[in-house]
Design a protein around this ligand. Sequence first.
Ligand code: PHE
Ligand code: FE
Length: 272
Amino acid sequence: MDFTIPQDFGSYTETEHDVWRTLYARQRGILPGLACDAYLDGLEKLDLSRGIPDFENLSARLHALTGWRVVAVPGLVPDAVFFEHLANRRFPAGRFIRSPSQLDYLQEPDVFHDVFGHVPMLTDPVFADYMQAYGQGGMRALGLGALANLARLYWYTVEFGLLQTPSGLRIYGAGIVSSFTESGYALFDPAPVRLGFSLNRVMRTPYVIDDVQKMYFVVPSLRMLLNVTTSTDFAPLYTSLADAPDIAIGDILPGDPVFLPQADTRERFRAM
Ligand code: PHE
Ligand code: FE
């Protein structure tokens, strides 16, 4: 009933492992200087270079670090099931991998997105707690009929979040770190709007799932993200949001803190 399936690790073909290794080598090459230290440190610790990881083995290493495990699921699972997994420090990951012709673009998350994108951040103790708290908050939001608002928080943090660091903006969202085109774009392209994170602002902002983003939200630190989400009671927030109109993607309101694109990052990227 928790929708988990065996990963059936032995059934992956060499072509499938090759797709993983190609994607891995390409991302590993560009992410230093783009991804935050928590992500890069996690990636090193997990040693994911050799091919599609065996979830058993990966879970043993991850569990030793932060108590999380990776479980295989057939694809998207019902919301309640997804939240239940997160609340119990289990990350549900797809077992299938994209075909060699889909290296750059994919509609549905595959094992590369789910594992390469999400799991390194789960080695960070603060982010690990945030994901668990999100699962607990999800179960609560289901009961309150506020899933649409809470889903935006996941989208703009876990999937597409940016982090402020002393060396400039860095990416930590899984949708960005697992994408060759978006990992540079998110930091240096002049097109998207980058705003300072606020719970209320994020929950009023819709999102698109089928293109690079036109809007990103920047958290000052992962600790701050954890603290503000766990110390805020979302119930009154959901109530007030029910009457607040959405803010169109890309709109900047008076008082919104805007971050400029990272020109220096673009230069470094060009030089590679
Ligand atoms: N504090 C939130 C609530 O009251 C729960 C939550 C924590 C949601 C962290 C998301 C992330 O529902
Ligand atoms: Fe994802």
